[in-house]
Design a protein around this ligand. Structure first.
Ligand code: FAD
Ligand code: FES
Length: 305
């Protein structure tokens, strides 16, 4: 069975061993695993989002890189730097890692310009994950907006894997983008639409496409309209801050208590392992204690995110 185990992601397993002068092994958390770009797919019509499929150069590195949906990794380009990116593949998809990268600045532009066959680095997995042990046996409502759907894609693929599906109750997905051409993973969304064990509510803010057969409206409005039941349910919400801001009151209205509303934060990061102090909110390091938090946990933090 594909079951995630919290102890499978201990820091001892997610960092490299290197030989020191005495021949004994020490661990270097800053050393990336070398990976080859297997394929690059342009996801959106504006060309700003590309999905990279990466394959470990050394099979033993893949065995070390045990991750859980919700985690992220640092992608590195030699001579340019590193960026934290959510892991879009699922551990139920062995043989590669998948990341969807929005071109916004220096490193992400270099990532976009790389070609299949190029070698780059991956450091991780990092951070915590969605609370899979709590989600077991519960209904799960996934709410995503724009390119923040990456770790949500990982989660859906993980939950609908034949060996996992029975561990979860109803799965509802509300996913929106500004226009049809800006939705990620369109082939997969269409395939999920065909399944009878997942309720899909795809939406766009607007479209002139006469063939558009899904919803039109903002994610919070569609969530309200479809009104997924909060009974025995958790909601995982990732998206632009404005979407989250207007979705949270809807979920509260639907009866989701704050401890059952889960989100993931995207703070500026550097080390990714709780060493540099770049990402902290109050006493919490988003890279290490997060990026996944419940609303209850966020309410206890200073409003710096
Ligand atoms: C846990 C986590 C998961 C993430 N997952 C993804 C993902 O799946 N896909 C994806 O495309 N991006 C993701 N990001 C955001 C990504 O890390 C930033 O877009 C990236 O670091 C920008 O690097 P750059 O060198 O290209 O941009 P820079 O040249 O450093 O900056 C360009 C612009 O991007 C802004 N920026 C830089 N870093 C961040 C950041 N961390 N968050 C928001 N804005 C930033 C800057 O303010 C500036 O406006 C994630 C961030 C975190 C912390
Ligand atoms: S990024 Fe360095 S402490 Fe979080």
């Amino acid at each position: 069975m594909w079951r995630v185990a919290a102890d499978g992601c201990g820091s001892g397993e997610r960092i490299h061993d290197i030989n020191n002068k005495g021949g004994s092994k020490v661990q270097n958390p800053y050393l990336p695993y070398p990976v080859r770009i297997d394929s690059m797919v342009t996801e959106t019509e504006d060309g700003n989002l590309k999905t990279l499929k990466l394959v470990f150069l050394n099979p033993e590195d893949e065995a070390r890189f045990k991750y859980i949906p919700g985690q992220f990794a640092e992608l590195s380009v030699a001579g340019q730097g590193e960026v934290p990116i959510g892991i879009a593949s699922s551990p139920t998809e062995p043989g590669h890692l998948m990341f969807t990268v929005n071109k916004v600045g220096r490193v992400t532009t270099h990532l976009h310009n790389m070609k299949p066959g190029s070698v780059m680095g991956v450091r991780g997995p990092m951070g915590n994950w969605y609370p899979w042990e709590q989600l077991e046996g519960k209904n799960v409502v996934i709410i995503g907006g724009g390119f923040a759907f990456t770790t949500l894609r990982s989660s859906v693929v993980y939950m609908i894997h034949p060996e996992n599906r029975k561990r979860f109750g109803d799965i509802t997905v509300v996913y929106g983008a500004r226009s049809p051409g800006l939705l990620l993973y369109r082939d997969e969304l269409a395939a999920w639409e065909q399944r009878d064990d997942i309720k899909m509510h795809i939406t766009v803010d607007g479209t002139k496409d006469p063939d558009w057969k899904y919803n039109i409206g903002f994610v919070p409005a569609i969530t309200k309209e479809k009104a997924p039941s909060s009974e025995d349910a958790y909601a995982i919400v990732c998206g632009p801050p404005i979407m989250i801001k207007f979705t949270l009151p809807v979920l509260t209205e639907l009866g989701f208590p704050p401890e059952r509303i889960i989100t993931s934060l995207e703070m500026r990061m550097k080390c990714g392992i709780g060493m540099c102090g770049r990402c902290n909110i109050g006493t919490e390091y988003v890279c290490k204690d997060g990026p996944v938090f419940s609303l209850t946990q966020l309410a206890a933090l200073p409003n710096e995110y």
